[in-house]
Design a protein around this ligand. Structure first.
Ligand SMILES: Nc1ncnc2c1ncn2[C@@H]1O[C@H](COP(=O)(O)OP(=O)(O)OP(=O)(O)O)[C@@H](O)[C@H]1O
Ligand SMILES: [Mg+2]
Length: 258
């Protein structure tokens, strides 16, 4: 009965399996993964190197496809979507944050954040309004015209967070977002992710090797040799003391095609 009252999870994974082919050899990576992730959760995914964390994250984000099993995000079976629809789905619903920021070196911070909006039909003035808003949210309003090489690692990761947020996605996936940062910058990035989760309700899945980073999350999932260990839930993640960010504008549908 209680189950019937429980809201549908945002991400629902059942018996997911993935292997890679290397020449004639098949390398099994994930076997029989089942996991529910609720809307508004902040999950840390930990596990030894090579255990399949990035593989799982990429499947959930629709970057890669499973061999078998069900993978529903927001009720959509993304493993069944044709390639073009999957790309559109990703652009509308997922924000990505990577360990090495993946910013375009020839574009300014402003232009990097604006990039995902170039795929939408938003006009220049609307794009500017939104880019400036998210750059203010990550406290980089004064660095808009800087190139990535003119920013610190922590600042580059904040640009990447702004870029992940600009389309107002439901889901944010982060693969070792603090892996290349010193402790102070890492703490700042984690506090920012916590605010996106607590104040904007963004669901976050973060792969990390760092126990300190995992403490920022609300629940902890361990992956060992392609299999999940039981999820640990925390009472509540510790709220960072900093100010509440401004809300981003309402999501716009006019950029979605197909
Ligand atoms: N494209 C690929 N082709 C073949 N094998 C791959 C591919 N991508 C990953 N693998 C293999 O799958 C396994 C899991 O890789 P994955 O990147 O998911 O691990 P990880 O847990 O993220 O590790 P790390 O902590 O080092 O980032 C590894 O053994 C890796 O060699
Ligand atoms: Mg990895």
């Amino acid at each position: 009965m209680v189950d019937a009252l429980r809201p549908e999870p945002l991400v629902s994974i059942r018996h997911l399996a993935k292997s890679y082919r290397r020449g004639a050899q098949i390398v099994p990576v994930l076997s029989d993964i089942s996991l529910d992730i609720g809307a508004g959760d902040f999950i840390a995914l930990m596990g030894p190197s090579g255990s399949g964390k990035s593989t799982l994250l990429n499947l959930i984000a629709g970057i890669d496809r499973p061999d078998s099993g069900a993978l529903l995000v927001g009720g959509v079976d993304i493993s069944a979507l044709p390639e073009a629809s999957l790309a559109d789905w990703r652009a509308a619903h997922v924000g990505f944050i990577f360990q090495f920021y993946n910013l375009m070196p020839v574009l300014t911070a402003y232009e990097n954040v604006e990039l995902p909006l170039m795929l939408t039909r938003l006009g220049r003035a609307e794009r500017r309004e939104r880019v400036e808003l998210v750059l203010r949210m990550v406290n980089l309003a004064d660095r808009m015209d800087h190139y990535p090489s003119e920013l610190s690692g922590g600042q580059q990761q904040r640009v990447a967070i702004a870029r992940a947020l600009i389309t107002d996605p439901t889901l944010i996936v982060a693969d070792e977002p603090t892996g290349d940062l010193d402790r102070t910058s890492a703490t700042e990035i984690l506090a920012m992710l916590q605010r996106l989760n607590a104040d904007l309700g963004k669901t976050i899945i973060m792969v990390t090797h760092d126990a300190h980073a995992a403490e920022a999350a609300k629940s902890l999932v361990h992956l060992e040799k392609g299999e999940l260990l039981p999820t640990e839930h925390r009472q509540s993640s510790q709220r960072p003391p900093e100010r509440t960010p401004e809300r981003p504008p309402e999501p716009r549908q006019d950029g979605q095609r197909g």
